[in-house]
Write a protein that binds this ligand. Sequence first.
Ligand code: G
Ligand code: G
Ligand code: MN
Ligand code: NA
Length: 254
Amino acid sequence: HELELLLKKADYHQEFELYYQPQFSIPQGELIGIEALLRWKSKEKGMISPGEFIPIAEEIGSIVKIGEWVMEKAIAQIAEWNKQYDLNLKMGINISPRQLNSLNFMHMFDSFIQAYDIKPEWLDIEITENSAMNNESTMEEMFTALANRGASISIDDFGTGYSSLSYIKRFDVNRLKIAKPLIDNISSNHSDRQIVKAIVMLAKAMAIKTIAEGVEYQDQLDQLINLGCDEVQGFFYSRPLPAKELEKIYLSVN
Ligand code: G
Ligand code: G
Ligand code: MN
Ligand code: NA
């Protein structure tokens, strides 16, 4: 496989970059967090989407090293921003199941937190619901370890997979990220709207936050405000941006 070979010899520091997508409370519209999203600008092939290379990286095991690079970069960035602008923004970091399974994960987590002198509360670890479901015992251990340190945990792509309610209770989950496919037709499709409504109500009953993903239009935002969803992320507010651009638009006063 060509991508596999390219990935194996990629120079992360040269070819990888993190983009950052802001997250906002609704209806206030206050910036509350930022999701780090990996971009690979391959020397040979140009931009390659994580949707394409992350699954390969998981298969060949490179995900552990890549995840380490992402974690350090994201932690360094939130340390810089929160300190420079006196903020308490959360940095969302996507984690693959294979990374969480690696024995080294919590050790790496702790050493970056120490090295960059950040509050663990500044970190939000995102795990997709299917990966959480498929590794229940490891997940329970890891979630507890993260929660003990004060980091928060979000279930990514919620509503597209098994959407099992049992693990929300069993694991110490802080937030559900309602998947884009459910948000896409929230205005026009009655059942999608009812599903989102049910998710929001369930989360409220359990004192869990909800964030809608992939919000692109005003009418979607209106529906979400109506249903009592807590937060949004999506092109309606902002695409994922290079660090300098996010800083210029959302953080610096000028
Ligand atoms: O940013 P984009 O929509 O292209 O991301 C596509 C997919 O890749 C999403 O499912 C996203 O969660 C995943 N992804 C993006 N960055 C990372 C990362 O740093 N680590 C992991 N494991 N997945 C990521
Ligand atoms: O699976 P995960 O939620 O981590 O993936 C996030 C991905 O969704 C990112 O690659 C990001 O670029 C993409 N994304 C974020 N907001 C929007 C949006 O409003 N519309 C579309 N089409 N994609 C979005
Ligand atoms: Mn995500
Ligand atoms: Na998602």
